[in-house]
Design a protein around this ligand. Sequence first.
Ligand SMILES: Cc1cc2nc3c(=O)[nH]c(=O)nc-3n(C[C@H](O)[C@H](O)[C@H](O)COP(=O)(O)OP(=O)(O)OC[C@H]3O[C@@H](n4cnc5c(N)ncnc54)[C@H](O)[C@@H]3O)c2cc1C
Length: 399
Amino acid sequence: MNAIVVGSGPGGATVAKELSGKGIDVTLIEKGPKIAEKAAFKCYANVGSVVNILRTICLGGTTTVSAGNGVRALEKELSVFGIDLSSEFEAAEKELGVKPLPDSHFGEATKRIMAAAEKLGFVVNKMPKFIDPAKCKRCSKCASGCPNDAKWSAAEFVTEAEKNGAQIITEMPVDEILVKNGEVAGVRCGSKILSADVVVLSAGALETPQLLKRLGLPTTPSMFVDTFTTIGGVLDGIQQNKEIVMNAVIQFNEFVLYPHFSNHLLKRMEERGLNVSPDDILGLMVKIKDEAVGEVNETVEKGITNRDAVLLSEGASVAGAILAEAGADPSTFVATPLRGAHPGGTARIGAAVDKNMATEVNGLYVADASVLPATPGAPPILTIVALAKYVSTIILARN
Ligand SMILES: Cc1cc2nc3c(=O)[nH]c(=O)nc-3n(C[C@H](O)[C@H](O)[C@H](O)COP(=O)(O)OP(=O)(O)OC[C@H]3O[C@@H](n4cnc5c(N)ncnc54)[C@H](O)[C@@H]3O)c2cc1C
């Protein structure tokens, strides 16, 4: 059996590693370039919409700019389809080295926010991270690409796959999936044809549905993105901009708050006529379980619903109370534009793919955020890695 994997984010890189590790002939095809992790910020290819959608196009996919947050998500929703990822989660947590960072890696801003939230009666936890504290220099550059190789990214699994004998091709977008007599036959990249017995689509929630649509296969017009805004105010000399981002989590039912500095706060303060240094801003991200009203057609549309606006308002009120308690000046509070960093749900389990992540075409599978059955409202990488391990086992059973 030989397999082609399309895309090298958490889904594609995991499948490539797992299959090649069991002796399968794997070719991984990635649209973006191979980069030094610290240069990942150059590969942002955000998609404009009412809610701006963030992602990167490079080897390792969007994991290269992640905050390193590793949590289990959607366990209940997946169990409805008879999918139990307990052993896959356990393996993924071990391989990625998921655990909260030691106290030495918590800055003054995060500590103040945690103390203020606790004082107001909210439940505060340290964020589990796939960051090696021994290598982490606490530079705050996670979302630009780690300069110290302290944070796991899917590029590590690609390297393992290559060591297992997989062929890695970069800067080559897959344009079309080839099908013969109801069975997958390979892929077309420009004028180049590559044959395969199995093809796994892991091109992300914005690109995988395009490839499925070109085959006339079903997709799901119900994209979520975990819409977020960051609320911030002035606190002289706090230097949150020099801390590890999102190192704590304040969990509510339908939204979550994370300590977070954003340059957009500075811009918004300037628009308000405030002359502030980035060292003097304290911020909290409000991230909601948004309604899945996004669509991927020739263009990508993702707006917000009335309910989303209610959740964002509720989250912003709580964030404001915590920031004020932590010492930020309420007269300076601003919010960033709406963004989303977790696009998914565009080829859902139970609709576009079955519980084995298989499409209607024999040998064609999906393993990325597209298949997630509901808005996670939580970091999805660990769940995508676990699902990719699960689908790899299913593919190996074909051999
Ligand atoms: C700034 C930021 C911080 C984040 N932090 C976290 C975090 O801390 N924890 C967490 O769990 N999640 C985080 N996320 C979200 C997480 O990165 C994504 O949910 C996840 O990477 C999605 O995985 P994916 O495989 O679906 O897509 P991607 O990671 O986007 O991978 C898709 C890959 O396919 C490639 N591709 C696309 N089209 C083609 C084609 N036609 N042919 C070949 N290749 C193609 C792309 O170049 C890309 O490499 C963050 C996201 C952002 C933007």
